[in-house]
Design a protein around this ligand. Sequence first.
Ligand code: F6R
Length: 593
Amino acid sequence: MCGIIGCIGSNTNLISKVIEGLECLEYRGYDSSGIAFIKNHQIQAVKAVGRISDLKQKLNFEIDSSLVIGHTRWATHGKVSLENCHPHFSKENRIALVHNGVIENFKNLRIELQAQGYDFYSETDSEVIANLIDYYSQKYDHLKAVELGCSRLEGSYALAIIFKDDDRLYFAKKDAPLILGKSENFNFIVSDIVAASSFSNEIIAIDDHQYGYLSQDKIAIYQNGKSISKQFVKCKIQNDQRSKGLFDHYMEKEIQEQPSVIRRLINHYVKDDKFSFGPYFLKKLRGANRIYIVACGTSYHAGLVGKYYFETLAKKETEVCIASEFSYHLPLVSERPFFLLISQSGETADLRKALKKIQELKAPVYTMTNVVTSSLAQQADGYLDLMAGPEIAVASTKAYTAQVTLLALLAHALNDDSQTIKEKFQSVIATEEKILSKPNIFKDIVTQKIAFSRSCFYIGRNLDYLLAQEAALKMKEISYIQTEGFAGGELKHGTIALIEKGVPVIALISQDHIEEATRVNIEEVKSRGATVITIARQSVAKKEDDIIIPEHDPLLSPLVFAIVVQYFAYYAALINKRDIDKPRNLAKSVTVE
Ligand code: F6R
């Protein structure tokens, strides 16, 4: 989704810095981009539809500017066009700004401003903000104008604002992430921790309703008209975590990182054969009579596995809710509920809306996230760190296995079962490493049986069905092959009508007690012409199965089988020449509802 950046400093070559920042924001998903900078007390802008490379072609990098803002846009209000592309200007080009978020009352504000003689040239909500601040700047100084302008906005915003006759870079934030940082010759603001870490490891995460400005040598933060002080903190993201290393795609690198993510989680959350979640957190979780997991997409699929673990291992009733549906139909809340939000990014708008509803219920709520500076981590009662390292590919892989691992650890902790936990995970890690060492096996199967089909099915029962849903999502989002994940027993109730000659059906068999039943489903689809690919755990495998997964604790099979289905999706996308890390229409951090 949209990304913003702004740089100010003694370094006059800040256009190239802002472009570097925009390139770091690319992974979030975007359809156009633009920059604005001050030159000779005038604001100039360059915008392009398409990729940052299109913007670079239009830019003259020789231009010196020490105050530059930039934006990657993911269209929400208005089509993809140069007019709608940021930065947006106010009347007479006095102000330019970039905006991440959604302004809900922009139509009313536009009417109000039109009555004051303001004209609008785009369909965006963001242009309204530029003119609103301009309106207040006719009477007040620029800082006050930013404060007053923002006080009129309903919705979410992270803003970077420049005025043509001012050498400060202004900012404001509500319900959208914003990070400040200082680098060697410049200060910056940016909407994304990964992009921030490419400039500096000294950062400040701005909170809602804070605003202020950066100059060459100063950072000033305000709230409710008063100056406040905030300390810089160290950003933990390392350079090598941001690079693709020897891989062609971030997605493959992230698939390969999964054993080390699990190792990191075990080392952090299990110390001397004891769980270290903090007594307060576990006490709250133990005290609950029902757990409510709220999440979207892949995180929701991890939540389904979490429910299975909580209910089978810890006998704790659990409900899993799709965040975007949550506020339309609240679950019946038990006497002692505990809410767990699962979000890789920690910024998902649907979850932020759900969090507001949960907070009205005054129930305990924690966030399980990969970004501990994120809004959801900060606004909940507490957070659990997924420790997966930055996930740059849009399709989530290592965050999913981190979520499933952490949910399994929590369920074991509720059950006070820490004795064999390290061994169980050691064997999962060893199995994963074996699978990861031979990805070409997956490539051959995908080339021969999957990549050139229009549709595809995953089937499984019990835990395998839960993974089948995630496997299908992965396949469709990056290869664009229409894929469904089905409970094996459900096929005959309708969907089997879609099975015809050559349709790939991928059967997952990890559990002993469902082996026979899933094999019956395999025969059903085979006899209707399907091309079946069977992935089975060793002790339930037959020698004719396509992929046999080495032995491990079957309860943790989703962690192991996940790697195979992720690679299936990866190779299907590669063979079809898809943009693997940045699939069409998708964004990494979904900050709109
Ligand atoms: C799919 C994927 C998405 C996200 C979903 C929720 O690969 O990544 O389905 O899981 O958008 O995002 P988070 O976890 O950031 O809340």
